[in-house]
Design a binder for this molecule. Structure first.
Ligand SMILES: Cc1cc2nc3c(=O)[nH]c(=O)nc-3n(C[C@H](O)[C@H](O)[C@H](O)COP(=O)(O)OP(=O)(O)OC[C@H]3O[C@@H](n4cnc5c(N)ncnc54)[C@H](O)[C@@H]3O)c2cc1C
Length: 331
């Protein structure tokens, strides 16, 4: 007999029972509707073992990769620890290992943590400091044997969290991490598919992680990165990206400047416009968009109109809370 654990509770599943039936029989209040794997209202996440493949039918590939499944059609084959999609389970303490200035207003922050923490490059976490102030930041690296997490954080004028990171946070200091979230990540299985990645500002962070993940999984299709900034300082990590393009045959890098005349080797204009002009069609392409919300939203539509399937467009808009919601801030 297998058992299902949710939060503090563990229940035994009866023969041939679905996970949803086990939970409902034990008076757990679970969202559900069709009970046939169609409406997806009961979707859950397995926190330990991968769920049976049949219980992931119809779920988006990025969610499948994160062990999401439909409990109404899941007959467990082994013990499972499960959680609702928005149920935060991790609250891990991480320590600053390194803080490095990579541009005038951008720091590369490296943290380490103890224990297990599941994430994919390109996802984001909420970093929380001791007084409870928390903000979302994207993970710029792939899982690392030394439990390392890398972030790129731009200091915003009077930004509470980013200015504190920039001015005060130092090696040895502690932060709390939430679960990794978001669906902007590399999914293996179509190694020959061309990839287009467009980022503004620190939108480069998740894209660097996704590129390294794709390369570590032997992605063979062309990988095109367009990174945009208003001024030269915004094009941080340019040397590293150029070096990668020089050493990896299928990686192409185009830095773009929109606010000043660029030097040789940098394209003029906004990254998404340069990218869309360069690509005749995006039919069959996978597209990743990260950074300024306006860029992300506009480019989603344009990429679709150029032929990319909606299922192949992955995006993370870096929304910043400003008192003036219409304010446009590039992080
Ligand atoms: C999914 C996601 C991923 C993200 N990833 C990254 C990342 O990788 N790197 C990164 O740098 N950022 C990222 N962000 C943005 C990040 O979460 C923060 O929003 C950003 O760092 C600003 O936080 P803050 O506390 O410094 O600024 P806040 O204190 O929240 O202030 C935001 C802005 O409002 C202005 N402001 C605040 N109060 C006032 C006031 N009274 N009057 C006038 N102006 C005011 C501030 O000057 C500032 O410019 C991401 C956001 C999301 C949603």
């Amino acid at each position: 007999m297998v058992s299902i654990t949710i939060g503090e509770n563990t229940f035994s599943a009866q023969a041939n029972e679905t996970v949803l039936e086990t939970l409902l029989r034990n008076n757990m209040q679970m969202p559900h509707s069709c009970r046939q794997g169609l409406c997806q209202c009961c979707m859950m996440r397995s926190r330990d073992n991968p769920p049976p493949v049949s219980s992931q039918a119809g779920i988006k590939d990025t969610l499948r990769k994160q062990n999401y499944f439909l409990p109404c059609i899941c007959r467990p084959e082994q013990d499972m620890t499960v959680a609702l999609p928005n149920q935060q389970t991790a609250s891990i303490t991480a320590y600053v290992v390194e803080k490095q200035l990579v541009a005038a207003q951008i720091v590369r922050l490296v943290l380490t943590y103890e224990g297990s923490f599941n994430f994919f490059a390109g996802q984001f976490v909420n970093l929380k400091r001791a007084d409870g102030l928390a903000r979302s930041y994207s993970i710029a690296n792939t899982p690392h044997p030394e439990n390392i997490l890398e972030f790129h954080i731009r200091r915003l004028p009077n930004g509470q969290f980013s200015s504190w990171v920039y001015d005060e946070l130092k090696p040895g200091d502690a932060l709390t991490l939430s679960d990794a979230q978001g669906n902007c990540l590399y999914v293996d299985g179509r190694a020959e598919q061309p990839l287009l990645l467009v980022g503004t500002g620190t939108g480069l962070a998740p894209l660097v992680g996704i590129i390294n993940d794709a390369l570590s999984q032997n992605h063979t299709g062309p990988i095109h990165l367009f990174h945009g900034g208003r001024n030269r300082d915004g094009l941080y990590l340019m040397g590293e990206m150029q070096e990668l393009a020089a050493t990896v045959d299928n990686f192409y890098y185009t830095p773009c400047l929109s606010g000043e005349m660029p030097e040789m080797g940098i394209a003029t204009g906004r990254a998404h416009e340069v990218a869309l002009t360069a690509m005749q069609t995006l039919k069959g392409w996978r597209v990743y968009l990260c950074g300024h919300p306006e860029m992300v939203n506009q480019t989603k539509t344009s990429a679709f109109l150029k032929g990319a399937s909606l299922n192949d467009i992955y995006a993370d808009a870096f929304h910043v809370n400003t008192p003036d919601a219409a304010a446009s801030i590039v992080v």
